[in-house]
Design a protein around this ligand. Structure first.
Ligand SMILES: NC(=O)c1ccc[n+]([C@@H]2O[C@H](COP(=O)([O-])OP(=O)(O)OC[C@H]3O[C@@H](n4cnc5c(N)ncnc54)[C@H](O)[C@@H]3O)[C@@H](O)[C@H]2O)c1
Ligand SMILES: O=C[C@H](O)CS(=O)(=O)O
Length: 479
């Protein structure tokens, strides 16, 4: 298997159907062992420029492909990804750290977006309408926006690319992506399989390197790039939005989150506990939709914490390539950031319910804290680690107010068996996605995205193509 996943890697950027070397290289490390997996050519801004030119030159060819032809090529890509699922998953686990079972699930999830948009490519429809007078008819035609630039994060190095690329290519756009320097190999493996699938040169380009700022600037400032699709932190998203203003680009922003996980005293507690484990510990807490703030009704809080502690105690932690529940965080520094949030909370009065200690490595142990208050940083920042931060509430109104008290608005979760309460709370929560007695909510058929500082635009679902299409209105004189 090792040879297979290594065979998927090409050691440089994929531009215009060719693999590019560079004057310098950077190492990609196994996140569990810190051993070097591979070295990769470190792209320079000029190579990002070349990728943008390649995508621009490929536009006429690609947009003359019919929807059915684009669909077939996307289906070929999907088939190859599925055939190489295990090799892709092992590669992903090594460069990102997540347990192999989660990596396999991510490959399936990412491939699911390609399958979804292969079908959508054949369903791009406009409108034909009667004119407002006898000698007139009107048409609305959907057209690809053009060259799409994308910048993606390290926490889902496969699915965050396919979630964008599949929609862009289905719409008839061409695509240039800069993945995170921590996890370039999954992106390059996707490029290798896209090449094998017959996706024409220049249609999909992957530019890997460590100089994110310079390469990002090429994307935001090039007049040839019609749209920028970003997934990452809100802080970086805000910078990119500003930088795209000069060329009036369309932007999609999938940004940070601060998800509340509300448990009412009329909830199915066992279901809520299972949901809490799913919503908190996936990818060791490093997902944008992870439960970040647990809000539990006061009367059941002690029992909930005790039962959750018992479940957390069963979690295994270690090298993701083994059969563990929690892998390492993306870096030792990431673990230190999580620890700083825990220490701040404890110093300000939070109560610790786990006797784990951090050994200063990238492996951060699961922690449960209660008595969290609003003066603690952990209440307001993405934890991005396996830490439960729990507060209590008395009334439904208080729970809603606490849940909405954040600048973020990506995902929120709540558990109740009272139908009227379910409707009231759903209507009151200011988030793009709700898990109602459900903790795993992401799938290709769903419109994934947020509001407020979690961004805008939707990925997946029947709405997912809208971000890559523009409308042309045609008023036709029939005299
Ligand atoms: N909403 C979503 O769908 C979603 C999905 C995954 C991750 N995220 C968010 O992403 C963050 C974690 O990922 P991360 O640490 O990679 O985020 P990040 O914002 O630090 O980096 C994301 C990408 O942006 C690039 N980048 C960083 N600074 C840049 C700059 N100045 N100019 C251009 N590009 C730049 C990085 O190289 C990376 O490719 C969290 O906030 C998480 O919530 C959101
Ligand atoms: O971290 C962000 C991802 O979008 C999470 S999910 O896999 O889409 O739920």
């Amino acid at each position: 298997m090792t040879t297979e996943y290594l065979a998927l890697i090409r050691h440089g950027s994929y531009i215009n159907g060719q693999w590019h070397s560079s004057d310098s290289v950077f190492s990609v490390l196994d996140k569990a062992t810190n051993a070097q997996i591979s070295v990769v050519a470190n792209a320079q801004p000029a190579q990002m420029c070349a990728a943008i030119d390649a995508a621009n030159n490929a536009l006429p060819i690609w947009s003359t492909h019919s929807g059915a032809q684009r669909s077939q090529l996307l289906s070929n890509w999907h088939t190859l990804i599925t055939e190489h699922r295990e090799a892709l998953a092992q590669l992903l686990t090594r460069e990102q750290g997540k347990p192999l079972a989660e990596a396999r699930a991510e490959i399936d999830y990412g491939a699911g977006y390609i399958k979804w948009f292969a079908a959508e490519a054949e369903r791009i429809c406009g409108d034909v309408m009667e004119g407002v007078n006898a000698n007139q008819s009107m048409q609305v035609v959907k057209k690809p926006v053009g060259v799409v630039g994308a910048i993606t994060p390290w926490n889902f190095p496969n699915a965050m690319i396919t979630r964008k690329a599949a929609a862009a290519l289905a719409a008839g756009c061409t695509f240039v992506v800069k993945p995170a320097a921590d996890t370039p190999l999954s992106a390059l493996a996707l490029a290798a399989l896209a090449h094998q699938a017959g996706i024409p040169q220049g249609v999909l380009n992957v530019v890997v390197g460590t100089d994110a700022q310079s390469m990002g600037r090429e994307l935001t400032q090039s007049p040839k790039v019609a749209k920028l699709s970003f997934t990452g932190s809100t802080k970086v998203g805000q910078l990119l939005i500003k930088d795209c203003a000069a060329t009036v680009k369309r932007v999609s922003m999938e940004l940070g989150g601060n998800a509340p996980f509300i448990v009412f005293d009329d909830a199915d507690i066992e279901a809520a506990l299972e949901g809490a484990m799913q919503a908190k510990f996936r990818n060791a807490g490093q997902t944008c939709v992870c439960a970040n703030r647990f809000l539990v009704q006061a009367g059941i809080a002690d029992a909930f914490v005790a039962a959750l502690r018992d479940k957390v105690a069963t979690l295994s932690q270690g090298n993701g390539i083994d059969n563990v529940d929690l892998g390492p965080l993306i870096s030792q520094q990431a673990a230190a950031n999580v620890h700083a949030l825990v220490e701040d909370a404890v110093q300000k009065g939070a109560r610790r319910h786990t006797d784990t200690t951090w050994n200063n490595s990238a492996f951060y142990p699961p922690v449960i804290l209660s008595d969290i208050s609003t003066d603690m940083h952990i209440m307001h920042q993405e934890i991005f680690g396996p830490v439960v931060a729990l507060s209590t509430f008395d009334t439904e109104e208080q729970a809603i107010c606490m849940a909405n008290a954040t600048e973020y608005g990506l995902a929120a979760y709540f558990y109740t068996r009272n139908y009227a309460r379910m409707q009231r709370v759903a209507n009151a929560l200011q988030f793009g996605m709700l898990g109602m007695n459900q903790a795993v909510i992401s799938n290709p058929a769903a419109p994934f995205g947020g509001v407020k500082h979690s961004g805008y635009g939707r990925e997946g679902s029947k709405y997912g193509l809208d971000d890559y299409l523009s409308l042309q209105y045609r008023c036709i004189g029939t005299h």
